[in-house]
Design a protein around this ligand. Sequence first.
Ligand code: HEC
Length: 199
Amino acid sequence: MIRTTIKKRLASLLGLALASTTTVAFAQPQGGPQTGIVFRNTVTGEQLDTAQGKEGGRDTPAVKAFFETGRNLYIDDKACLRNGESLFATSCSGCHGHLAEGKLGPGLNDNYWTYPANTEDTGLFATMFGGANGMMGPHNDNLNPDEMLQIIAWIRHLYTGPAKDAIWLSDEQKKAYTPYKQGEVIPADAKGQCKPLEN
Ligand code: HEC
């Protein structure tokens, strides 16, 4: 949040500077959409190119907002959780456990992270997109960014740690937070931002 504020200040400062100069030929760089967030490989720090990998899932309002602000609008959205549960089961649970409790890979449902950047959804996205060490390979070939946001929402939903560390939740969501309990069923026709997955 602090970073966003600084960025906004910078942007407005720049705006002022630009407005007060007479040079008009200030061309925007050509190419892909402007990205507010720079994603970096969790281990090497190398910049990730979010255009790479599985096609699609880059023009949804949620992905656009996420690339701009780092905020995942799918958090707590039932329709996205329904999809995220199924995507997580296919792509992640074999190594991380059905409830993300940890298996071959570490648990993702508590407040301990090997890479503290994963406390933030942007970090989780980068780890999924670009991979980490060993068996944790990049998943951008089999998941597009929109699907990754749905998985992130599901991983956050499985969280059982203290609410104070759940920085992905808004203050309101924190108040309503209860640790995940096994046995919950999300209806197949749950309404929200995510359409049912195509199989
Ligand atoms: C083939 C097994 C395997 C699969 C599949 C797999 N992971 Fe991993 N994952 C690992 C291993 C092993 C590590 C530890 C790597 C390290 O420490 O660098 C890891 C690490 C991670 C971490 C870092 C956790 C921390 O404490 O910082 C995250 C986040 C993660 N995986 C998410 C996912 C997600 C999301 C998926 C599904 C899209 C997935 N993984 C699929 C094996 C796997």
